[in-house]
Design a protein around this ligand. Structure first.
Ligand SMILES: Cc1cc2nc3c(=O)[nH]c(=O)nc-3n(C[C@H](O)[C@H](O)[C@H](O)COP(=O)(O)OP(=O)(O)OC[C@H]3O[C@@H](n4cnc5c(N)ncnc54)[C@H](O)[C@@H]3O)c2cc1C
Length: 415
């Protein structure tokens, strides 16, 4: 099978796409023609996933040449955004108009549709995955038909976190709220014992809380992102950082959003990283597992138990909370969750045995892997962790009977 030239890689460089061609339609009609004339199709967002979820043996489509205008509807408090727009652009425009999204991921570089398709999330006891902001989805199905589903439609909760398997999403309608201000502060040297013993106080200490650790040190650095329009909680473990810090120890914090408690617009504080610079370590792989919140202390203890194997291949690990939602393939479906995330060094041979070890301790706790990161579990056992997976498989069969949007990843999961 010929591969595109030049080689097309994902952001991390660990996946070389096998598609025979890359297409960038400039209109909806061009997109529909592409879909009906191709045996196999997938969409590529900004390629920030760490596995072959976006890949295809046929046509890979990018939506960055489609019109990029955002429509705000004040009466319904929603914004309809192009699927291929990046959160950086959407958030800036919403803020200019006086609006906000409830939450953002650690980076604003990713496309809205790509993030929504994988159940991407930020942190917050009361905030849900980014997909939960979706109230309407428009997509081109395998027959080239443009379909629209909204909250209340029976298929809607299956069509949002779609893994790109139902069609080409062209636009998404998102719930918005009045713009708000956030101040970000980092607490250093917080003992992991203190987190384990006061989970609710720590993760309830701000609108969005992240704890970064390598598990081996026995301590964490806790990012507190406080909404200025909400009461200031009382927890303040460890000591306040007196200079900006990067989540990855030793890395220059220049790429980070402002800290030190300086208030600023929601979209310049909720992500850890600025849109104009390389996020995170840059040279990395990532994995993440979601456990029910009640199982988080056990998961933390299990990870501390294997810290000697985990720490040597880590840049850093992050712990976040995500509120339950009802989207069938959301990793937080039906349960308030805690995400245990790992930013690995980019050495798959060294990292994969440690991923196996992590799965050995977390899968028995009911962990669900992040769809867009490195995981190794048996696909059938992963699907079994989603009570509505059978409904999703039926929806996929109905919307895409000949498997236009299937690839090796989705076939391993759903047949
Ligand atoms: C540095 C870094 C930090 C990260 N931080 C976080 C984080 O804080 N929280 C978190 O949860 N994840 C995080 N991730 C993972 C990332 O959010 C997800 O992998 C996300 O899906 C990437 O979006 P993308 O636009 O790059 O999509 P891609 O990786 O390009 O695609 C993801 C999936 O979406 C599908 N897709 C994309 N566009 C469409 C469309 N229009 N129609 C149908 N299907 C489509 C693709 O086919 C594919 O299946 C991070 C990744 C990196 C590299």
């Amino acid at each position: 099978m010929p591969v595109m030239s030049p080689r097309l890689l994902n952001w991390a460089g660990n996946i070389e796409f096998q598609a025979v061609r890359l297409a960038q339609p400039a209109s909806l009609d061009e997109l529909r023609d592409l879909v009906v004339s191709s045996d196999r199709v997938r969409v590529l967002g900004t390629g920030h996933s760490f596995n072959a979820l976006a890949d295809t043996t046929g046509t890979l489509i990018r939506l960055d040449r489609l019109p990029m205008s955002i429509r705000i509807d004040e009466s319904s408090a929603t914004a309809t955004v192009p699927a291929g727009a990046r959160y950086a652009e959407v958030a800036a425009e919403l803020h200019r108009a006086g609006y906000a999204l409830a939450n953002l991921a650690s980076l604003p570089h990713i496309t809205v549709a790509g993030a929504v398709a994988t159940g991407t999330h930020g942190s917050g006891d009361r905030t849900r995955t980014l997909a939960d902001a979706v109230v309407g989805v428009e997509f081109v199905d395998a027959s080239g038909e443009v379909r629209r589903l909204s909250v209340g439609d029976a298929d809607f909760p299956g069509a949002v976190v779609s893994l790109g398997a139902l069609g080409v999403v062209t636009q998404l309608t998102l719930r918005i709220e009045p713009s708000f201000t956030v101040a970000q502060e980092v607490r250093l040297d917080v003992p992991l014992d203190a987190i384990a013993g006061a989970w609710d106080e720590v993760f309830g200490a701000a609108y969005s809380v992240s704890a970064f650790t390598d598990y081996a040190s026995g301590t964490a650095r806790v990012w507190l992102k406080r909404r200025m329009d909400m009461p200031t909680p009382t927890w303040a473990g460890g000591r306040a950082a007196d200079a900006p810090v990067h989540p990855v120890p030793g890395v220059d914090p220049v790429a980070c959003t402002p800290q030190l408690g300086v208030p600023g617009p929601w979209h310049e504080r909720l992500p850890h990283f600025r849109p104009d610079l390389v996020p995170s370590a840059g040279d990395e792989l990532q994995s993440e597992y979601f456990v029910a919140r009640a199982d988080a202390p056990a998961a933390l203890a299990a990870l501390r138990g294997i810290a000697a194997r985990v720490a040597p291949v880590l840049h850093i690990a992050e712990i976040r909370t995500i509120a339950a939602d009802e989207l069938w393939l959301s990793p937080a479906y039906g349960r308030d969750s805690v995400g245990f995330h790992f930013t690995w060094i980019r050495d798959a041979a060294a990292v994969l045995p440690v991923v196996d070890l992590i799965e050995e301790v977390l899968l028995p706790l009911g962990a669900r892997p992040h769809w867009g990161k490195v995981w190794r579990a048996d696909p059938a056992s992963v699907v079994a962790r989603y009570p509505r997976a059978g409904d999703f498989a039926a929806l996929r069969q109905r919307l895409d009977p000949t498997g236009t949007f299937a690839n090796a990843y989705t076939t391993a999961l759903f047949g």
